[in-house]
Ligand binder design. Structure first.
Ligand SMILES: Nc1nc2c(ncn2[C@@H]2O[C@H](COP(=O)(O)OP(=O)(O)OP(=O)(O)O)[C@@H](O)[C@H]2O)c(=O)[nH]1
Ligand SMILES: [Mg+2]
Length: 575
């Protein structure tokens, strides 16, 4: 699989890049910028596996399993006789369904989906301010660890303004110069996409720029007072939901971007809109906090209207609750203009918006609190990609534990012992790194071709379990053509960086939605909305954890023909 991990670089370097081995080159560019880098993922494997078809509506009654933070919502305790731990499920709220505004003003149509999902050409990267390149100095560990690190995924319906906001953040934090902006303005104008110039900072593929749609997850870094952020700019178009899942599965927090423009909020929010689907997937994938950014407040149909802002907030709140978020604790709304950078780095002028007294985006991001991670847990780093560079280099986010240069680790599930030769965090070489960090780790003891994405770099003492069967509690969302869900059902399993075909082997127990207790009678099939405990098999060994042991590596989604059909959590592992 191609691995277009690209570091920010100058145009001269880009030309060199085009002639050289892409991955090797980019890896050598690690010191071009310090805090600024912009990287694009290429998840072509996902796109091979998944056939993108119409993304039909996902019913609003999805209730992510174990949506534990929705404290205001009712909860149900589910126990069963199969040794599965008692679990909590959220009782669905009634979600308002009155939004059926057909005035679809979004500028993208179905035809826009004809983008090829696989790009031979990797995402090019913005030319950001060049900084002196040092010869791989080892960062001072104390310096490096002073600020916490958070992965923030930008989600929301197509055209909501995610890439524009991402680009604006890089611009405001001084990582993109005026000259580059002017160049993008001209390029966007030439493509008759004048207003897209800010999004070009994140959307770096030619196809993306022509169509004005993000396809691959864009990645960039910036810092606030207290935090180093990695931005994961997810695509909003329904055809690229698998890429969004990959981005969200690496995230700690989410920025849900909603367009306030007349008709655009409505289109995203209605059934089948990605505002809904992204929220539901984000919760399932472990994104515990959401900043809901009401964007395009400058737009003439909005003009910083308090009524419009309040309308969006009042419609989103019940939906967010029903998706499992505790609106008081986990959700924060704020109005911005991504295009103009208003209320982003600094609070906005009262002249612009007299009624807003709250925080700006950077402040809100800074203040977000996420549960502390355990740096002393067993080491777990799901591998999202790999390449050769003076050894074998694997990329991924550390989900648990810490790693140090010289450590001996094991790659699971193939149980190959490896030694850590070097660790790169963002663009810097470091001696040690902890949970939450996005790393590239150079290893000896294994060949690149013996590693697949989805494998896990793991501690030797406590390696991650490898199984080809597990028991899971599943919530069926919406099956294709209202099909029934029974033993023999096949789907694509997404769990951390694993994408694997799977089959339901046995339905073990159904959970009664009324009593919220396991039903006594044998279950042969279930329909939409059911909660069921079942055995799932995959043909290749995969590395997963029980949800009760490790949430991030134990929650998953099932997709069929490009549509999310179920979400679940692993309750038991079978050898
Ligand atoms: N007026 C106005 N337009 C905006 C604002 N933010 C984004 N836009 C416009 O909305 C359009 C889509 O912006 P993008 O940033 O590409 O949207 P996106 O959410 O990244 O879209 P996908 O990646 O395809 O899902 C562009 O024309 C932007 O200029 C804003 O704050 N105000
Ligand atoms: Mg985008």
């Amino acid at each position: 699989m191609a691995c277009p991990l690209l570091s920010a670089r100058t145009s001269i370097q880009r030309r060199a890049f085009e002639k050289s081995d892409q991955r090797r080159y980019e890896f050598q560019q690690r010191r071009i910028i310090s805090s600024a880098s912009l990287i694009k993922f290429h998840y072509s494997a996902l796109n091979h596996i998944l056939q993108f078809t119409e993304m039909d509506n996902i019913e609003e009654d999805i209730r992510a399993l174990q949506l534990d933070s929705s404290a205001e919502d009712g909860k149900m305790v589910v126990s069963n006789e199969n040794g599965v731990e008692p679990e909590e499920l959220v009782v669905p709220d009634n979600v308002e369904e009155d939004l059926r505004d057909e005035s679809h003003t979004a500028s993208h149509t179905e035809e826009d989906a004809d983008l090829q999902t696989e790009h031979s050409e990797p995402k090019a990267v913005v030319e950001v301010k060049e900084q002196a390149s040092a010869a791989e100095p080892i960062e001072d560990e104390v310096e490096k660890n002073k600020k916490r690190h958070l992965n923030a995924v930008f989600i929301g319906h197509v055209d909501a303004g995610k890439s524009t906001i991402g680009g604006q953040i890089l611009y405001l934090s001084g990582q993109v110069d005026e000259r580059t902006i002017q160049k993008y303005e001209k390029e966007a104008k030439d493509k008759s996409r004048e207003s897209w110039y800010m999004a070009y900072i994140m959307d770096t593929n030619a196809e993306e720029r022509v169509k004005g749609i993000t396809v691959e997850v864009g990645r960039a870094h910036f810092e606030t007072e207290t935090t180093r952020f990695t931005i994961l700019d997810a695509p909003g178009h329904k055809s690229y939901v698998p890429n969004m899942i990959s981005g969200a599965s690496q995230a700690d927090i989410g920025v849900l971007v909603i367009s306030a423009r007349k008709g655009e909020f409505e289109t995203g929010y209605e059934r089948g809109g990605q505002t809904r689907e992204h929220v539901q997937l984000a919760k399932t994938l472990g994104v515990s906090k959401l900043l809901v950014v009401v964007n395009k407040m400058d737009e003439p149909t909005v003009n910083w209207s308090k009524e419009r802002y309040d309308e969006i907030e009042s419609k989103m709140v019940p939906f967010l609750k029903s998706s499992g978020y505790n609106v008081k604790k986990d959700i924060q709304f704020l109005p911005i203009s991504g295009l103009h950078g208003t209320n982003m780095q600094t609070r906005m002028d009262k002249k612009v918006c007299p009624w807003w007294n709250g925080q700006c985006l950077f402040e809100a991001l800074d203040a977000l609190e996420v549960p502390p991670r355990d740096p002393n847990g067993p080491f777990r780093m799901p591998i999202i990609d790999k390449f050769k560079d003076m050894g074998t280099v694997v990329m991924g986010k550390v989900e648990s534990g810490s790693v140090r240069e010289g450590n001996n680790l094991v790659i699971m599930p193939n149980k190959v012992q490896v030694k850590v030769l070097a660790i790169y965090c963002d663009e810097d070489k470091v001696r040690t790194a902890g949970p939450g960090e996005n790393l590239r780790v150079r290893l000896s003891g294994i060949e690149e071709e013996d590693i697949l994405s989805g494998f896990v770099l793991s501690s030797i003492e406590k390696p991650i379990p490898a199984v080809n069967e597990f028991v899971a509690q599943l919530h069926i969302l919406e099956l294709l053509d209202n099909a029934i869900f029974t033993a023999g059902y096949k789907a694509v399993l997404h769990i951390h960086s694993v994408v694997e075909e799977c089959e339901i082997i046995e339905l073990m127990q159904q959970i009664d939605p009324k009593t919220r207790k396991p039903m006594k009678k044998k279950v042969l099939f279930v329909k939409n909305g059911a909660v069921v405990i079942c055995r799932i098999q995959v043909s290749n060994m995969i590395c997963i954890e029980k949800f009760s042991d490790f949430q991030q590596l134990g929650r998953f989604t099932l997709r069929t023909e490009g549509k999310t059909v179920a979400i679940g959590k692993v309750t038991d592992l079978r050898a």
